[in-house]
Design a protein around this ligand. Structure first.
Ligand code: SF4
Length: 414
């Protein structure tokens, strides 16, 4: 079953193309270019008129989605980088190495400043440091304390102080003064977009679901290219409105939905269409994944944390830096997974053990056991790599996925 492109799908392509081309254009005109990690808040840079932000991880995901992930990885491996390193890092380093010849976005403009964080993983810091060494540009590292429980006041104050240091550093490098008004406006565009994003994701609760997780994965891209702009909020409103219309009209991506599944890990970017179609043929729909709501959520929760009009946006960004996946201990990870299971209504869980993202995958065997015990749900572990298709075996993955569906069915009959 092949689905036609939706209005929001077409709008997404335009939004992304405009975002990437816009950045190239602004850089060519002399804008100050920051390369930031996905968790680094873009709204901070929107507080400057002449600063643009690029997100290498998002560019790497796009390369993988367009089918050139492994090709780019090979280029990095030819330079001596191990195949065991994260495929986002290999794609980024590989695509840069030949001047972005195969990039779907003509690559990224050369950075003036690198900003990484260690609340994803330490590999990311080392990866950005490769660029610091090679390109001779400064590298600011956000140090975000790991969480085993709710974020502590001292950690919040520590993150806030680093945001202020980052702002001061950009001011001194650009000569431009941070504009609090521009920043606040950007934060409120983001907040409105995130409200619409949550509205969109709420249709996963409908039976049959109004969306598949693959729709959500694809639609995450503006979170990394367009946050803080009016277009960001407009796009997610269009997306949520369209899904609402389809649900009201009885149009569902998997109309014969028999099995509602949860996905635990990063999206398998090279498999989105194939996996969604193959599962739909079996009456199975992966309806949700904590990954799609991880940016901007609080420790242990599934939904992004709303910004209200009276809250200081910088405080809000610092409060939501310990998003729901990598920088959290087991109890919090389980709480986030449990909320997704309870809120959305799930029949089985797919733990996707990711050869690239060890930090996401390292707890999954325990999580699988504990979720099985607590919820009595069938689960399965499959091997994937989010961006390097060479580390994914279709045959073995579908064998296990089909076994999961059989287990769910057996539980119903029993
Ligand atoms: S290893 Fe995981 S957290 Fe680290 S950069 Fe890669 S995908 Fe992100």
């Amino acid at each position: 079953m092949t689905r036609e492109k939706t209005r929001a799908g077409k709008h997404l392509s335009e939004l992304l193309m405009n975002a990437y081309m816009g950045i190239h254009g602004r850089a060519a005109e002399g804008a100050f270019v920051v390369w930031g990690a996905i968790i680094v808040p873009p709204e901070i840079f929107r507080g400057f008129e002449n600063v643009v932000l690029c997100v290498p991880e998002s560019h790497a995901a796009l390369c993988a989605g367009k089918g050139v992930g492994s090709e780019e990885c090979l280029k990095a491996e030819a330079l001596g980088y191990s195949m065991d390193l994260c495929s986002y890092a290999r794609i980024d380093i590989g695509s840069l190495s030949d001047g972005y010849q195969d990039s779907p976005t003509f690559g990224l403009p050369r950075p003036d400043l690198l900003v990484s964080d260690n609340n994803n993983c330490s590999l990311l810091v080392k990866w950005f440091d490769v660029h610091r060494r090679e390109m001779g540009v400064p590298h600011f590292i956000l140090d975000v304390p790991f969480c085993y429980g709710p974020q502590q006041e001292k950690d919040l104050a520590y993150i806030l102080s680093q945001f202020r240091d980052l702002i001061a550093m950009v001011e001194s490098m650009t000569g431009e003064t941070f504009d609090e008004g521009r920043f606040r406006e950007a934060a409120h565009h983001t907040a409105e977009g995130v409200r619409q994003w949550k509205r969109f994701m709420s249709f996963a609760r409908h039976r049959p679901s109004g969306l598949t997780v693959f729709d959500s994965f694809v639609q995450m891209a503006p979170l990394f290219t367009s946050r803080g702009t009016p277009e960001f909020a407009e796009h997610y409103k269009l997306l949520a409105d369209e899904v609402a219309e389809r649900v009201a009209a009885g149009v569902f991506p998997v109309p014969n939905e028999k099995y509602r599944l949860l996905w635990d890990n990063i999206a398998p970017w090279h498999q989105l269409r194939k996996m969604s179609e193959r599962l739909a043929e079996l009456g199975a729909n992966i309806v949700a994944a904590p990954y799609t709501s991880c940016i901007g959520s609080l420790e242990g929760s599934f939904a992004p944390f709303d910004l209200d009009k009276d809250t200081d946006p910088l405080w809000h960004l610092a409060r939501s830096q310990n998003h729901s996946v990598c920088p959290m201990g087991m109890d919090l990870r389980l709480a986030a997974l449990g909320s997704a299971i309870e809120e959305v209504g799930i029949d089985g869980v797919v733990f996707a053990s990711n050869r690239s993202c060890k930090v996401f995958s390292v707890m999954q065997m325990d999580e699988q056991r504990l979720i099985g015990e607590k919820y009595g749900l069938p689960t399965v572990m499959i091997d994937v790599d989010h961006a390097d298709v060479r580390k994914f075996s279709e045959q073995s993955a579908y064998l296990r996925l089909e076994a999961l569906l059989e287990n769910i069915e057996a539980g119903r009959v029993g």
